[in-house]
Design a protein around this ligand. Structure first.
Ligand SMILES: NC(=O)C1=CN([C@@H]2O[C@H](COP(=O)(O)OP(=O)(O)OC[C@H]3O[C@@H](n4cnc5c(N)ncnc54)[C@H](OP(=O)(O)O)[C@@H]3O)[C@@H](O)[C@H]2O)[C@@H](O)CC1
Ligand SMILES: Nc1ncnc2c1ncn2[C@@H]1O[C@H](COP(=O)(O)OP(=O)(O)O)[C@@H](O)[C@H]1O
Ligand SMILES: [K+]
Length: 513
């Protein structure tokens, strides 16, 4: 049996999907004084005032047909009463909205507020987007699409209330059109769609406003944001009295002709995150018996690496190719009693050979899969577009089907465990969309496994550290343009040591106020 999956999720930022949020709202809404919408609107108004910085400029508020629009009316009223010049745009008839939203509209009119049926000229200090929140059910079309286009052309801060309108709060997919906000004030709980796929490009800086509600008392989180708290207990300084055997052996297999670089990048990453010894089984062994830039790597034939009984972990895939020899190696690799990491062509072979899938699902030790969306599509006999439509569902399906822990890579990598739990990692940046970055991730995971990290934590920690390393480089002016995988290895070493020393920060892009 594999080790029990004991992960302490309690300190992590919880993510709630729309169904869970509805349960929370139903639980609290009837007895809430003041009403939740009043609280949400007041919170949004405070955030708006913070953004305009006390300047009494003009503020435009787009209000939609549902409760998100209701939040907008409350916010508009409060800003107007504070002395701001507020224009509301709204085009629904009075009787369509939810009861609270109709009341909020009435209160807006009661203070002399006017609504316009179209987006007027520009020149605003701030636009507030309260068109749609978690109730978006279909792509935005027609007049609301033109409003969104107009706002996206404006040269001023845009504050989205709860979710940028048009963004699916569960998946991060744009439905037709979506507001590109500079700030998102999200209510009650963080939503997964803010952090994956198109979410980060549309949310700007995200702040959480819990409205005083205790979500976990009503329903468990749907998922979690990866944070260093998950693996903080593993970030220990090395014992003075340690030797290379203490820090484990990482075995990597790949590097077919013309693809040696992939295996070497993975090997170097494993070494520089601290594995005691790294063996790289190169398919093209004759051509490269040594890594001249990293002679510490022990280059072997793949068979030698897989036959060894020293392995703490085996990672196979970077530069593996799909030759008959590669397939034979995969058949050997899935029989290893060590934790197994499958990446790149190892995943492509798995997708094509049912016997590999069967052998994988019978393994006793943990298996980790690191597909990008196209590899995930091959594994699930689907298309990249379908995988991306709902990255959380896709990652969970992979984890269930292959009885493995999975990272579905990309913007907001989704990590899913075979028991159904899932996480979104928010470190990393588009500079990492370049060749070799996936190989580095595989090496980092292997290096953590070698040092004894439990499989799921090595996956979660490796993904987090990989992104952190990329973010450090951007902060140093070395990206995102032109960021290279080799630099990420160096940066990961620094980031990992800083984490252990307690000197590194958490993800600076999200705040709780
Ligand atoms: N409830 C509470 O206690 C609290 C709720 N809060 C706030 O409420 C928000 C959720 O409110 P909500 O459920 O009313 O959904 P919302 O996003 O406003 O839209 C629903 C409306 O849009 C319509 N519609 C959907 N898609 C459409 C499209 N593409 N094109 C056109 N129409 C479309 C849909 O119509 P239908 O699909 O029924 O035809 C319906 O009329 C949440 O995000 C938060 O901001 C907070 O105040 C905290 C307390
Ligand atoms: N836009 C992005 N934001 C955050 N991380 C990204 C982004 N693009 C790529 N990455 C990360 O970089 C790595 C790329 O891996 P992969 O697609 O396998 O690349 P390669 O095959 O070239 O090595 C993944 O860990 C992925 O999550
Ligand atoms: K909105």
């Amino acid at each position: 049996m594999s080790a029990p999956r004991t992960l302490n999720t309690a300190p992590l930022t919880a993510l709630y999907n729309a169904d869970a949020l509805r349960r929370i709202e139903r639980h609290y809404a009837p007895d809430s004084t003041p009403r939740l919408m009043e609280r949400a609107g007041a919170t949004g108004a405070a955030k708006a005032m913070q953004l305009v910085g006390g300047r009494h400029g003009r503020i435009l508020v787009l209000c939609g047909p549902g409760n998100n629009g209701g939040d907008g009316f409350v916010l508009a009223r409060q800003l107007k009463q504070t002395g701001f010049d507020v224009t509301v745009v709204h085009d629904c008839d009075e009787h369509r909205g939810a009861e609270d939203a109709v009341m909020a509209w009435a209160s807006w009119r009661a203070v002399g507020g006017l609504t316009l049926p179209r987006v007027p000229d520009t020149g605003y200090a701030l636009v507030v987007d309260a068109l749609y929140g978690i109730g978006l059910t279909r792509p935005i079309e027609g007049v609301h699409a033109t409003w969104i286009d107009a706002v996206n052309e404006m040269d001023c801060p845009v504050l989205a209330i709860d979710v940028p309108s048009g963004l699916n709060a569960d998946t991060g997919a744009v439905m037709g059109r979506a507001i590109r906000a500079s700030h998102t004030a999200t209510m009650i709980a963080m939503k997964p769609g803010l952090f994956t796929l198109d979410g980060p490009d549309h949310c700007g800086e995200v702040s959480l406003h819990d409205l005083g509600l205790d979500c976990a008392a009503v329903t468990p989180p749907s998922g979690w944001q990866v944070g260093r708290e998950l693996f903080a207990h593993l970030l220990r300084p090395r014992a003075r009295n340690s030797h290379k055997g203490t820090h484990g052996n990482a075995m990597l297999v790949g590097g077919a002709r013309g693809m040696a670089g992939a295996a070497l990048l993975a090997g170097r990453a494993a070494l520089k995150v601290g594995a005691g010894r790294v063996f790289v089984g190169m398919l093209d062994h004759a051509a490269l018996p040594l890594d001249p830039e990293q002679p510490e790597l022990m280059i072997r034939t793949p068979a030698e690496v897989l036959a060894g009984d020293l392995a703490t972990c085996v990672a196979i895939g970077p530069g593996l190719g799909q030759s008959p020899a590669a397939l034979d190696l995969m058949r050997d690799a899935v029989r290893t009693p060590a934790t197994l990491v499958l990446d790149a062509d190892a995943l492509n072979l798995l997708a094509q050979h049912g016997d590999l899938e069967q052998a994988l699902t019978r393994r006793e030790a943990a298996t980790l899969l690191t597909p990008h969306p196209m590899e995930a599509a091959r594994l699930l006999r689907s298309s990249t577009a379908k995988i991306q439509q709902d990255r959380i569902v896709s990652a969970r399906e992979l984890a269930r089907r292959f009885r493995a822990s999975v990272v579905l890579k990309g913007c907001g990598s989704v990590i899913a465990l075979p028991d159904g739990r899932w996480f979104i990692n928010t470190t990393g940046n588009p500079g990492m969309a370049s060749a070799g970055m996936g190989d580095v991730l595989t090496g980092l995971i292997a290096g953590l496994l070698a040092q004894g990290w439990p499989a799921d934590l090595a996956l979660l920690g490796g993904v987090h550290l990989h992104g952190l390393a990329g973010d450090r480089l951007v902060a140093q002016g070395k990206g995102p343009n032109g960021l290279t995988a080799g630099e990420v290895i160096e940066s990961a070493r620094a980031a990992f040591n800083a984490l252990i020393a307690g000197a590194d920060s958490r993800d600076p892009r999200h705040s709780t106020r």
